[in-house]
Design a protein around this ligand. Structure first.
Ligand code: AMP
Length: 575
């Protein structure tokens, strides 16, 4: 596989995608057959009485739709070191730890070489289409990638985040070289156990290779914004390191120091140039192209909850295009962005029919009796309809409900092009109100326009349902830049409240079934503490998504937020 990748011909990748998507139904049948044959000896499948049948009809008749909780007992045995065929025919090669930011609890997802192979396929497809519109010439990528630490489970299985499982695969480097995106940073930086030190060195490597950087990337756009916010704080120190040719003593890991000492030489000219460029900017606007004159685009997942960071990212990017990359999860990859010129807000993703077997539950079925769920196949979805994705992957997940809601926007040949809508679990609800993370995002976006008028912004946000007093209320936590006065924040609070347009919410607010919305402003750096908290638990900065609603399952995060509130306001809407 690696040799093939080295000679990768982008047009061939596109041709292959054309071929696979022209008969997506057939490819889906073959994919299911392959998965079921490879795992025919798995106890889970054996118990369901498939008896060697691999067609979609028998599969759907015998195998139930599941959520993580249903598979947990099987996965726990695998985590515990039981290598008998439980969910997969061959023993898994590792476990991917989900960040636990969406449901408050980390999940253990089986990982194997086939999942790495699907990662290669999705990266190649997205890159081939990107490269057609935005060609790269032997450049380097400043990739904000962090390989979180891996651990051994009690049963001796290696557990790491999905991104870390990808980065540490021996084939990963070759793949990125073939995709003309080798990292500017040495492995010692990527694999350091301390993400602050990794981030500092990524930035330093980027500056040292500034002329060669053609891509600035990360898995999720959050990490790019986080990195350049950090740059604002440390740029004088970075400049000093370049001037002296000596790494700041904030980096303590010897392996990183040794690797970086090979790259650093005193270079006062470069140091002065960077200093001049940074100090010449107005409020850091256009920082990225100023630092990296040959950058062609900025790339990462930029849809869904990442849209909250686009404004800031555009500020740093100036006129450099933002390209959203792929759609996937620790449980498996789903789709590539094959129209990279489209702005992230309007982006769709085309499903790769060979990487998993997909089904779609119409969201209309989720309102009522869930026993009767009837998912449809990949090629049976309808344009304009909304669905929850169900996937069957090559690493032991069968008819697994992912919990993501998507909308079908069109077809690429016969495979659907989907728009990510949201995580499907309801976020804010007290009685008859129903607000999703998307509704919260829109409300925050609207209210933050009031701050923008005063040249301030919302750095990050989350929410909480306060039921400690009657009636319950929505509480929204904001970390903001600058110092807003009470009048402005009070207006923001009322605007947040009014911007929830769900009729259940509005009527409950009017009838006082829901109390006045509360805005709590937290100390600067609070969301960084939350990130650090998750990283300590084993989450990766590469995959981090700020949890948008904090519940009892996130006790520690709640404590962090509560301890850092500096001001609070109540809405005057619906008085
Ligand atoms: P993880 O738990 O870190 O594997 O994150 C996977 C989740 O991230 C998915 O289930 C989605 O909710 C979200 N996600 C991944 N890719 C995208 C995308 N392109 N657009 C929006 N959300 C995404």
């Amino acid at each position: 596989m690696i040799e093939k990748v080295e000679k990768l011909d982008m047009e061939k990748v596109i041709e292959n995608f054309e071929r696979l998507t022209k008969d997506a139904e057939k490819v889906q049948r073959e994919t299911l057959k392959r998965i079921l044959e490879e795992n025919a000896s798995a106890e889970y499948l054996q118990n369901l009485g498939l008896n060697g049948r691999t067609d979609p009809e028998s599969f759907k008749a015998c195998v139930p739709l599941v959520i993580y909780k249903d598979l947990e007992p099987y996965i726990n045995r695998m985590v515990g070191g039981d290598v008998s065929p439980i969910l997969t025919g061959k023993p898994i090669t590792g476990i991917s730890l989900s960040s636990g930011t969406s449901q408050g609890k980390q999940k253990f997802i089986p990982w194997n070489d086939e999942l790495f192979e699907t990662t290669v396929q999705i990266y190649q497809t997205s890159f081939a289409f990107r490269n057609r519109d935005f060609p790269i010439q032997n450049g380097k990528a400043l990739g904000f990638i962090y390989s979180s630490k891996s651990s051994q489970t009690k049963g001796g299985v290696t557990a790491a985040t999905a991104t870390a499982n990808v980065f540490k695969n021996p084939g990963y480097k070759h793949v990125m070289e073939a995709l003309k995106s080798p990292s500017v940073s040495p492995d010692e930086v990527i694999f350091s156990p301390d993400f602050h030190q990794t981030l500092y060195c990524h930035l330093l490597c980027g500056l040292l290779f500034r002329e060669e950087v053609q891509i600035v990337s990360s898995t999720f756009a959050y990490s790019i914004v986080y990195a350049f916010r950090a740059f604002e704080q440390v740029f004088e120190e970075l400049v000093n390191d370049i001037k002296q040719g000596v790494l700041s003593n904030r980096v303590t890991h010897q392996s990183i120091r040794t690797a970086m000492s090979k790259l650093l030489k005193p270079n006062p000219e470069l140091a002065n140039l960077i200093h001049k460029k940074c100090t010449g900017l107005s409020n850091w606007y256009g920082l990225i192209p100023e630092l990296f004159p040959n950058v062609k685009y900025i790339q990462g997942i930029m849809t869904g909850s990442m849209e909250a960071y686009l404004k800031k990212l555009r500020h740093y990017a100036g006129d450099v295009p933002l390209l959203t990359s792929e759609y996937g999860s620790s449980e498996g990859w789903i789709a590539s962005n094959v129209n990279p010129k489209v702005a992230p807000e309007f982006a769709t993703y085309a499903i790769l029919p060979q990487i998993a077997y997909f089904e779609f539950i119409p969201l209309t079925q989720l309102d009522g009796n869930e026993v009767e769920l009837k998912p449809v196949g990949l090629t049976d979805v309808k344009i304009g309809e909304e669905y929850e994705i169900v996937l069957t992957n090559p690493a032991g997940l069968y008819r697994y409900r992912l919990g993501d809601a998507v909308k079908v926007m069109g077809f690429y040949n016969s495979t659907p092009e989907i728009k990510f809508l949201r995580r499907n679990n309801l976020l804010l609800t007290i009685n008859i109100d129903k607000n999703t993370e998307n509704d919260l995002q829109l409300s925050v976006e609207t209210a933050s326009e009031l701050l923008a008028k005063e040249k301030m912004e919302v750095i990050d946000y989350t929410s909480y349902i306060d039921l400690s007093k009657e009636p319950g209320r929505y509480v929204i936590f904001w970390e903001i830049s600058g110092e807003a006065n009470d009048k402005l924040l009070s207006e923001c609070c009322t605007c947040l409240d009014k911007s929830f347009v769900d009729l259940g919410y509005i009527s409950s607010r009017k009838s006082k079934g829901i109390g006045a919305l509360e805005l709590r402003v937290v100390r600067k750096g609070t969301f960084k503490i939350i990130l650090e908290h998750y990283v300590r638990l084993g989450a990766s900065v590469s995959q981090f998504k700020t949890p948008r609603c904090i519940g009892p399952a996130n006790k520690e995060v709640m404590q962090i937020l509560f301890a850092n509130v500096v001001k609070n306001y109540f809405s005057f809407a619906y008085k």
